[in-house]
Write a protein that binds this ligand. Structure first.
Ligand SMILES: [Mg+2]
Length: 410
């Protein structure tokens, strides 16, 4: 039988801030944009007592807790701490599947011969994370990923919960279906309308109830409610998607503004992709209008790329098509993402051009010259900060939009 841990740092960004800045300890805070249009990226446990949650608009969070402290995010610092935490994981097993900066599955089946039983390993990992970072983590233990993930949430914060094979049904049955990973509000509503509120309800629901709701996925839903999951821990998939997005204080309306922002976001996505030595085969954009309706568009291509110019040209095509569908829209949030990630092919800066342009798309400039330039810009950026380097095309457009840079929030 496999032994899987799901380790999840408690209120990660908020806890890092409280740990780094003692004056914030014991205080309700969120990490996020301080503008009235921002969103909470994380909420401290003190803030959660007021009903403040991550992903909640800052404005609403402030209504619930007027003395809430808003701390601007420091992603670099969170990445640093994350590396320490993942370093602890890798001391116990090479089979680490990161889900985000603060969350991972660990397959410790074989590690038990060396380090002790899975609960012993979990205790040691928690203690070492605490020692090296000052932070607490919650750990779920089970024989599969689904149950481990559910378990890590049961005793949060600083939790340790082991779901044994013999306890699966009694542990899961009373839980609300909202605890089932991957089930969103739309599905809850459908389940609720069918009178299904708990895992037990779902596990015991007959086909005639589930089939109309989920079609061919009905039996899979029932399996999950029963705690069945065969997915292996996949260590090579470090990230499946990299994206950046920005919410603007003032809605963007001019096409030129949108293009400038798209170039900036594509550049950031490309830099992160190259920083992690990945290439991606799907580019996506996310657009939220002034009326909060949100759209995503994506497009896949071959071969995968990490080139900013290629990412931008696809993002531009997607945005132009979206804009044609919704002419005159004002945009409050814009995002660019890249998925279908694969490890980057070794890029030799001095090798002759040897790549073929992506199939099925006419890219304005897929030349290797651009690919050679990108890593150079990344290095300068790493040394002197992101603002040190702007692509000329970015600068041109920014210059044309006088004062536009004031609209940005970082
Ligand atoms: Mg977490």
């Amino acid at each position: 039988m496999r032994a899987i841990l799901h380790v999840d740092m408690d209120a990660f960004y908020a806890s890092v801030e409280q740990n780094d800045r003692p004056e914030l300890r014991g205080k309700p805070l969120i990490v996020g944009g301080d503008s009235r249009r921002g969103v909470a990226a994380a909420a401290s446990y003190e803030a959660r007592q007021y009903g403040v949650r991550s992903a909640m608009p800052t404005r609403e969070a402030l209504q619930r807790c007027p003395h809430l402290i808003i701390v601007p995010p420091r992603m670099e610092r969170y990445r640093q701490v994350s590396e320490i935490v993942f370093g602890v994981f890798r001391e116990y097993t090479p089979l680490v599947e990161g889900l985000s900066l603060d969350e991972a599955f660990l397959d410790v089946t074989a590690s038990q011969a060396l380090f002790g039983t899975a609960p012993v390993i979990a205790q040691r990992i928690k203690a070492q994370i605490r020692e090296r970072t000052g932070l607490t983590a919650s750990v779920g233990i089970a024989h599969n990923k689904l149950l481990a993930k559910i378990a890590s949430d049961l005793d949060k914060p600083n939790g340790l919960h082991h779901i044994q094979l013999t306890q699966v049904t009694q542990t899961l049955d009373p839980l609300p279906v909202s605890r089932l990973p991957g089930v969103g509000p739309k599905t809850w509503a459908r389940l609720d309308s069918a009178g299904i509120r708990t895992f037990g309800d779902l596990r015991l629901a007959p086909d005639c109830v589930l089939s109309p709701l989920f079609g061919r996925h009905a039996s899979r839903m029932r399996d999950r409610a029963s705690g069945l999951d065969e997915r292996p821990v996949q260590p090579e998939v470090i990230e499946q998607h990299i994206s950046v997005e920005e919410t603007y204080d003032t809605d963007l309306t001019a096409p030129e503004q949108l293009r400038t922002e798209l170039a900036r976001l594509s550049d950031r996505v490309g830099a992160r992709l190259r920083g992690k030595s990945f290439e991606g085969g799907t580019v996506s954009i996310k657009v939220r209008r002034g009326d909060f309706s949100t759209y995503t568009r994506s497009r896949s291509f071959e071969p995968p790329t990490a080139d900013t110019g290629a990412i931008l040209s696809i993002a531009q095509i997607l945005l132009e098509r979206w804009h044609a569908e919704y002419p005159g829209s004002s945009v409050r949030l814009l995002g660019v993402g890249i998925g279908a990630l694969v490890p980057a092919t070794q890029l030799d800066l001095f090798a002759p051009a040897a790549s073929t342009p992506p199939v099925g798309l006419m890219l304005p400039d897929p030349s290797r010259a651009a690919a050679r330039l990108d890593p150079t810009l990344d290095e300068i950026r790493a040394r002197f900060g992101e603002s040190a380097v702007r692509r000329a095309s970015n600068l041109d457009r920014a210059a044309k939009n006088d004062g536009f840079s004031d609209l940005r929030r970082r």
